[in-house]
Design a protein around this ligand. Structure first.
Ligand code: AMP
Length: 419
């Protein structure tokens, strides 16, 4: 029988990676709370219609990346590929329009059937924010400042650049669409198969194609910025002015359009040059039409999501977790005592591990292996006399310590002092 393994593109996460994920989530949660975001948890399973109606028929997610299946009752479900649509559904379902302006954040696993590679998984983890009910560019600026602050606090800004663009309002895009399609038609023979199929349905997506042939066509394409309505132009100018005032550096990228139908006006991506081809770390934009398109009241919104897995790969080394104390009981009576002693030490805030089996040598070896700073050797005779032997593993020095003083002595000897 073949051995059971994780599904392709999914991973078991262990020690160091989990520590990084926890650190990122804790930092981001702390920062978003400074901005007034409250947590929302939406289900991982959502009705397929939610994504079919919000992301767009020609988006990569809908055309080829959704984990879509019928459950035993015959309902069409999707393992959520992103977080914004679920937040919008919850907003409508719970009648939250009275609560705007509303700031929500979410975190958790997302699923996309993509070709797995470094930094790209089929189950990955996102942390995101949505600011709902504010149509002014101040909202875009606040979410951008919040994302920037998280990346700064994580110490990863060094390799990261903010790319920004506007895709304007509906009227700007309608005008531009015609101009762009007219141009692309003149160079049709140079376009990739993918772009040819997008030419009618979603020509804007051709702008961010990675295909070299497409890119050279796009290089001389008319610019969306020349088709902006005065309102859309003023909106973008306000965002740019605000970013300068906030001293957040950015690059305007004319070809950044983002892949989903629900975006309008500001779109952005913080990208890194340190992770190879999977370079987007935090990305988002404005989605004024989404909630209305899903059947809710007209509610503007702006938000972003970052990939926890990708940021974890960028993070500098974390400070090591505290070294534990290893209890090494010898004999049955001592083992009982060790259990109680371990609880006492944990109450005093000391990370404590008990050697479960083996002779003294074996248990001492385990103490070394887990990186303990002290081994507390508990023998039955000494126990009766109320003392234990403490071996400081950094120096090899061993001493007798009264049980009554043990907690204080171990607390007084931080890792560095025992070396
Ligand atoms: P998106 O929703 O595609 O804009 O993605 C937002 C962020 O999620 C990206 O910038 C990545 O950091 C992360 N992300 C998206 N797809 C994946 C994936 N397949 N594997 C790992 N991280 C991902």
């Amino acid at each position: 029988m073949s051995q059971l393994q994780t599904v392709r593109g999914t991973r078991d996460l262990f020690q160091d990676t989990n520590q990084r994920h926890r650190f990122i989530e804790a930092t981001a949660s702390r920062v978003v709370e400074l901005y007034g975001f409250d947590e929302i948890q939406t289900p991982i399973l959502e009705p397929a219609g939610l994504f079919l109606r919000s992301l767009g028929d020609t988006s990569d997610i809908v055309t080829k990346q959704m984990y879509l299946f019928k459950d035993l009752g015959g309902d069409e479900l999707v393992l959520r590929p992103e977080g914004t649509a679920g937040v919008a559904r919850a907003f409508i379902q719970e009648g939250m329009s009275q609560l705007t302006p509303l700031k929500l954040f979410y975190r958790g696993p997302m699923f996309r059937y993509e070709r797995p590679q470094k930094g790209r998984y089929r189950q990955f983890h996102q942390f995101g924010v949505e600011l709902l009910g504010v149509e002014k560019p101040q909202a875009d600026l606040e979410v951008l400042a919040c994302g920037y602050r998280i990346l700064k606090e994580l110490g990863v800004l060094g390799s990261i650049t903010l790319h920004l663009n506007t895709i304007g309002d509906e009227a700007s895009r309608t005008t531009y669409r015609d101009v762009l399609v007219a141009y692309l038609n003149t160079r049709k023979s140079e376009l990739s198969q993918d772009s040819l199929s997008r030419l009618e349905k979603n020509p804007l997506r051709i702008l961010d194609s990675k295909d070299p042939g497409d890119r050279s066509v796009v290089a001389s394409a008319p610019k969306l910025s020349d088709s902006l309505t005065p309102e859309a132009k003023a909106f973008f100018t306000a965002v740019l002015t605000g970013l300068k005032a906030l001293e957040i550096p950015f690059i305007i990228d004319d070809n950044l359009v983002r892949g989903l139908d629900y975006y309008c006006h500001t779109v952005f991506e913080f990208t890194t040059d340190a992770l190879g081809s999977q370079n987007a770390v935090l990305a988002g934009g404005r989605f004024d039409g989404l909630i209305k398109d899903l059947g809710g009241p007209e509610t503007p919104g702006v938000g972003w999501a970052f990939g926890i897995d990708r940021l974890a790969e960028l993070l500098p080394n974390l400070t090591a977790s505290p070294q534990p104390i290893a209890l090494v009981p010898l004999g049955e009576e001592a083992e009982q005592a060790a259990l109680l002693l371990a609880e006492k030490l944990r109450t005093a805030g000391l990370k404590t591990d008990i050697g479960y089996s083996g002779n003294l040598a074996k248990r001492m070896k385990r103490a070394d292996k887990i990186g303990a700073r002290a081994a507390v050797i508990i023998g039955s005779n000494e126990l009766a006399a109320g003392i234990v032997q403490v071996k400081w593993l950094g120096t090899g020095v061993q001493e007798s310590i009264a049980l009554s003083e043990l907690g204080t002595r171990l607390t007084q000897f931080p890792a560095s002092a025992s070396k």
